[in-house]
Design a protein around this ligand. Structure first.
Ligand SMILES: *Cc1c(COP(=O)(O)O)cnc(C)c1O
Length: 231
């Protein structure tokens, strides 16, 4: 029943190895709306991490700790912060100062987090636009319990786009790789930024070419997403 998931995970891991041999690029399974059975099949096949979008869904699904790290990749509501701290090994979706502050206030040990970047400047998405990343990171020194280990970057969907628009996304990924390297060079001790989490099912090969260290895949591993909430 889960053979296709296993095959999909193995195929993607092989592709990573082909494009970026020996670099330790990580495969995160984006597990929103997936069942625990599907998720366990993906873990067994070798995904390195899990990403969930909603605190409530994660609370319902993971009654015990998963065998691989579980990260939050969706918008974190400030009233859910206290639950998120116990559930997740990392929060990859710090998308505002408000969230950073709320999370920092509740923590009493350091938590690895990522700054979310909205590369396509899309209204419907959260995250910082490119030109705000530097000043945000400079300010992040004040949140003593947050260690910014990376950037998690969102791109416009590319599936239905013309080839010229697809090229734009590909160029945007290269630009993002440069932004990431520049941000690393700031040398902030609170923001080592070793990770660049970019690339989803539609565009992960481009992301790997552009320097991504972590790809986040849902449909490519599990098939098309169910429309209604199966948990
Ligand atoms: C759902 C989701 C993904 C995976 O999307 P697919 O297109 O199914 O690969 C990656 N990142 C985030 C933040 C997501 O919400």
């Amino acid at each position: 029943m889960y053979e296709s998931i296993r095959d999909n995970v193995h195929r993607v891991l092989a592709r990573i190895d082909q494009l970026r041999p020996g670099e330790g690029v990580k495969l995160m399974a984006a597990t929103k709306m997936r069942t625990l059975g599907e998720i366990e099949a993906a873990i067994e096949a070798g995904v390195h991490l899990l990403g969930e979008n909603k605190v409530q869904e994660a609370q319902a699904k993971y009654v015990s700790k998963s065998a691989v790290p579980l990260h939050m990749i969706g918008h974190l509501q400030t009233n859910k912060v206290k639950y998120a701290i116990g559930l997740f090994d990392g929060i990859d979706s710090i998308d505002s100062e408000r969230v950073a502050e709320a999370l920092n206030r509740r923590l009493n040990v350091t938590m690895p987090v990522m700054l979310e970047v909205n590369a396509g400047r899309e209204e419907a998405k959260t995250g910082l636009v490119f030109e705000d990343v530097r000043s945000f990171l400079a300010k992040a020194e004040q949140w003593h319990n947050l260690l910014f280990v990376g950037l998690m970057v969102l791109f416009p969907a590319s599936a239905d786009k013309s080839s010229s628009e697809k090229k734009k996304i590909r160029d945007l990924m290269k630009e993002t790789g440069e932004l990431w390297r520049m941000s690393q060079k700031e040398g902030f001790s609170w923001a080592p930024l070793t990770e660049l989490s970019m690339g989803m099912s539609e565009d992960y090969e481009w992301a790997l070419e552009a320097g991504s260290t972590m790809i986040r895949l849902g449909a490519e591993l599990f098939g098309a997403r169910p429309k209604t909430g199966v948990m």
